[in-house]
Design a protein around this ligand. Structure first.
Ligand code: HEM
Ligand SMILES: *[C@@H]1O[C@H](CO)[C@@H](O)[C@H](O)[C@H]1NC(C)=O
Ligand SMILES: *[C@@H]1O[C@H](CO)[C@@H](O)[C@H](O)[C@H]1NC(C)=O
Ligand SMILES: *[C@@H]1O[C@H](CO)[C@@H](O)[C@H](O)[C@H]1NC(C)=O
Ligand SMILES: *[C@@H]1O[C@H](CO)[C@@H](O)[C@H](O)[C@H]1NC(C)=O
Ligand SMILES: *[C@@H]1O[C@H](CO)[C@@H](O)[C@H](O)[C@H]1NC(C)=O
Ligand SMILES: *[C@@H]1O[C@H](CO)[C@@H](O)[C@H](O)[C@H]1NC(C)=O
Ligand SMILES: *[C@@H]1O[C@H](CO)[C@@H](O)[C@H](O)[C@H]1NC(C)=O
Ligand SMILES: *[C@@H]1O[C@H](CO)[C@@H](O)[C@H](O)[C@H]1NC(C)=O
Length: 320
């Protein structure tokens, strides 16, 4: 009797577990029969774009982040505003800041030629982020696929879910924790700032007002980013090697040469766990690469639309 109950319970658990898999799980081989060239088409598009402009790798990586943090990795950031729809693209953290939309459009056009209506825009972002990191010298990971595209986007969630560069450590920790990401994920994924640029407007307060900044570093930045004006002037997030995916971002933090206030918060005498992670990554690029890859897979798994939820957009900028 007892074993029978046991068996039924086990069976129920198995059924529930497998249904969760069917509806929630992404897979590295998702397109292998429906669009075998999907991965190579995206890779070729990313390669061409980075060859044209090295910064584009950084921009594509950030697009995936800003997509995933706002109601999951569902391509919502790609939707254009129109007369009856205001989405995420022009929300404060994105407006005049996120870029790479034309690259995504070009890749999508290639994919639609090869296998119409099959590969989602959300998956393009996930693959393009991975390929960008590899091309710029960072780690490989198997990118999980099978995300579908949202029919809509949330300006309100974009306002609140994307962490601001003025955030303190506890705000950063809660922002990541709200997405199921740990302190380790926060510190490792912030290592994305080993590539790419930021505008004067997002680091001005830091270079004039923060105390935890190297004095000569602040001075040299003040020459390019005055107290007012030049809002759009950009500086590298990693002043040493802005187009190379390496561990120098963490070396910079040890020297109080993080560009953003939020960067330096990870190494600011406030939290010993955060500080030891920064020190570890500064010492050992392979630990950084391993944790970065793990963090990217976790970030890519945030609330995907799967099964029959959402759609496969034909044009990444507009719901079908
Ligand atoms: C921890 C919280 C984070 C904050 C507060 C933050 C904030 C920012 C800001 C303010 C910029 C510059 C934007 C501009 O000048 O318009 C930026 C750039 C960038 N961010 Fe983050 N970020 C964070 C985490 C991440 C994560 C998790 C990733 C990727 C997984 C990422 C990838 C990037 C990249 C690659 C750039 C450069 C983009 C380019 O050059 O086009 N960031 N970030
Ligand atoms: C976005 O930036 C543009 C150009 O600077 C500006 O005209 C527009 O008002 C901004 N949109 C929002 C919603 O802030
Ligand atoms: C900054 O760039 C945006 C477009 O990218 C433009 O609309 C805005 O006018 C520029 N601001 C300044 C101060 O040049
Ligand atoms: C988003 O933030 C902007 C600027 O703070 C604000 O004007 C706008 O009303 C907010 N939108 C939503 C939907 O929360
Ligand atoms: C961090 O920022 C949050 C939100 O801005 C604020 O409420 C909190 O008091 C700050 N915490 C610390 C330790 O400064
Ligand atoms: C620096 O802080 C002061 C006092 O809070 C503020 O008035 C000023 O605008 C800040 N400067 C910058 C460049 O953010
Ligand atoms: C963290 O950095 C900020 C900005 O410079 C500073 O005001 C604060 O005192 C620092 N916290 C600690 C504990 O050092
Ligand atoms: C650092 O932050 C983590 C994550 O929130 C927290 O668990 C830990 O207690 C903090 N450590 C210190 C020394 O503040
Ligand atoms: C506006 O954009 C939304 C989201 O992409 C879309 O559903 C809607 O059809 C668009 N409206 C027009 C008039 O294009």
């Amino acid at each position: 009797m007892a074993t029978q109950t046991h068996f039924v319970l086990l069976l129920m658990v198995a059924v529930i577990a497998s249904s969760v898999q069917v509806h929630g799980k992404l897979s590295p081989t998702y397109y292998s029969s429906t669009c075998p060239k999907a991965l190579s088409i995206v890779q070729a598009g990313v390669e061409a774009a980075i060859k044209k402009e090295a910064r584009m790798g950084a921009s594509l990586l950030r697009l995936h982040f800003h997509d995933c943090f706002v109601n999951g990795c569902d391509g919502s950031i790609l939707l254009d505003d129109n007369a009856t729809f205001i989405g995420e693209k022009t929300a404060v953290p994105n407006n005049n800041s996120v870029r790479g939309f034309n690259v995504v459009d070009d890749i999508k056009a290639q994919l639609e030629k090869a296998c119409p209506g099959v590969v989602s825009c959300a998956d393009i972002l996930a693959i393009a982020a991975r390929d960008s990191v590899i091309i710029l010298g960072g780690p490989f990971w198997k990118v999980r696929l099978g995300r579908r595209d949202s029919l809509t986007a949330s300006r309100a969630a974009a306002n609140t879910s994307i962490p601001a560069p003025t955030s303190n450590l506890s705000a950063l920790i809660s922002s990541f924790s709200a997405q199921g990401l740990s302190l380790k994920d926060l510190v490792a994924l912030s290592g994305s700032h080993t590539i790419g640029l930021a505008r004067c407007t997002v680091f001005r307060a830091r270079i004039y007002n923060d105390s935890n900044i190297d004095a000569s570093f602040a001075e040299s930045l003040q020459k390019k980013c005055p107290k007012s004006g030049n809002d759009n002037v950009t500086e590298p997030l990693d002043f040493q090697t802005p187009t190379c995916f390496d561990k120098l971002y963490y070396d910079n933090l040890l020297k109080k040469k993080g560009l953003l206030h939020s960067d330096q918060e990870l190494f600011n005498g406030t939290n010993t766990s955060a500080e030891s992670l920064v020190k570890m990554y500064a010492q050992d690029a392979s630990e950084f690469f391993k944790d970065f890859a793990k963090g990217m897979v976790k970030m890519g798994n945030i609330k995907p639309l799967t099964g029959t939820a959402g759609e496969i957009r034909i044009n990444c900028r507009k719901a079908n």
